[in-house]
Write a protein that binds this ligand. Structure first.
Ligand SMILES: C[S@@+](CC[C@H](N)C(=O)[O-])C[C@H]1O[C@@H](n2cnc3c(N)ncnc32)[C@H](O)[C@@H]1O
Length: 338
């Protein structure tokens, strides 16, 4: 293949480290070590960003036979489609809501993975579960369980904490968010909650690398139970303290890669607080639609009642109505209808 284009800086800035070496695979070695050749059959890149892994996979031997990358940022997906789509490599816009990258609150919060059941031998989710709210993570774990082949592996990263050290958290609270204006900025799951979630779905942790900086992401591999692999537990995190903050989303980030205008770094801002209604908007819209439907039904019933009253009045006014009423009364008290 001829020299692969490098995503422009403004796209690289959206996903993390911008150094071109981060997007390169100079040795052509598989980007994840220790996997058998047949593992590379079918690759699903969840949150593919601007094609960092796709670009490196295109340079490796063996190359995945089929690669599907998808992301909620339309501009990054467009760049990948225009620059990296090739034999067996395809990219899709996963059109779900995100406060910074896909901010129309009418969009759904989740969608199915764009692949059929049990067809994927590697799912990559690199720095993606670290941006999913708890309910979204539940949905996407279901999707992982749906699409993995028997020998399939999810390879990805997660931020985890131990809820045992947070005595004030309810049973139903298992996730920490660091940013109240954009909770997807960085999301930390209770590791017990995550392990239980895997078990419930017939999945297990088969490899975990502790973080290089204390509290930073764990690199995980997750497979189906019963494949002869050994399940592992969360290792102790004894790494040295350090700092590695995720980028803040700049205003207008959702248009990067779609418009010519690239917001200046100076435009980086903290978004106005996301009103709770944003989270509830789909439910609110559905409730409004139901109210309108019920109001329609009430109006129809009112019209019918009005018409029936009119009929009753007309019947009452007819000659002989009094005698008829008397006879109906007698029939009812006799217990017989004549
Ligand atoms: C930190 S970047 C990592 C990108 C890429 N995995 C990499 O390693 O270069 C996180 C990516 O996940 C994407 N993302 C976050 N939530 C997503 C979701 N629910 N569905 C699809 N993509 C998502 C973001 O748009 C972003 O491109």
């Amino acid at each position: 293949m001829t020299q692969l284009p490098l995503p422009p800086l403004e796209l690289r800035e959206l996903v993390g480290p911008t150094d071109p070496s981060y997007f390169e695979n100079a040795t052509g070695e598989p980007i994840y070590a220790g996997l058998p050749t047949e593992q590379w059959r079918s690759y699903l890149d969840f949150g593919c960003g601007c094609g960092r892994s796709a670009r490196r996979l295109l340079q490796q031997t063996p190359r995945p036979e089929r690669y599907v990358g998808f992301d909620l940022h339309a501009g990054m997906v467009r760049w990948c489609q225009e620059n990296l789509a090739t034999d067996g490599f395809e990219f899709h816009h996963h059109d779900v809501y995100n406060p910074g990258f896909n901010p129309d609150p009418h969009k759904p919060w989740v969608q199915p993975f764009p692949v059929a059941d049990r067809t994927v031998s590697i799912i990559e989710a690199w720095s993606v579960f670290t941006h999913l709210l708890e309910a979204q993570a539940e949905h996407y774990l279901d999707e992982v369980a749906r699409v993995l082949t028997d020998d399939g592996l999810l390879i990805g990263t997660v931020f985890v904490f131990d809820k045992a050290a947070f005595p004030f958290m309810q049973d139903s609270q298992n996730t920490l968010y660091i940013n109240e204006t954009d909770p997807t900025n960085a999301v930390v799951f209770d590791r017990g909650w995550l392990s239980n979630g895997l078990t419930e779905r017939g999945l297990e942790l088969v490899h975990v690398e502790p973080p290089a900086i204390r509290g930073y992401h764990h690199q995980v591999r997750i497979g189906r139970v019963g494949q002869g692999r050994t399940a592992v537990d969360w290792p102790a995190d004894d790494a040295p303290y350090g700092r590695l903050a995720p980028p803040l989303v700049r205003a207008g980030a959702e248009r990067i890669g779609l418009d010519d205008h690239v917001p200046e770094a100076a435009e980086v801002h903290v978004r106005a607080p996301m009103p709770p209604t944003d989270l509830l908007l789909p439910q609110y819209d559905a409730a409004q639609a139901r109210v309108a439907e019920l109001e329609g039904e009430v109006a129809t019933l009112r019209t019918r009642v009005r018409k029936l009253r009119k009929r009753v009045r007309r019947l009452e006014a007819e000659p002989g109505a009094e005698r008829l009423e008397q006879r109906v009364g007698e029939s009812v008290s006799d217990g017989a209808v004549r």
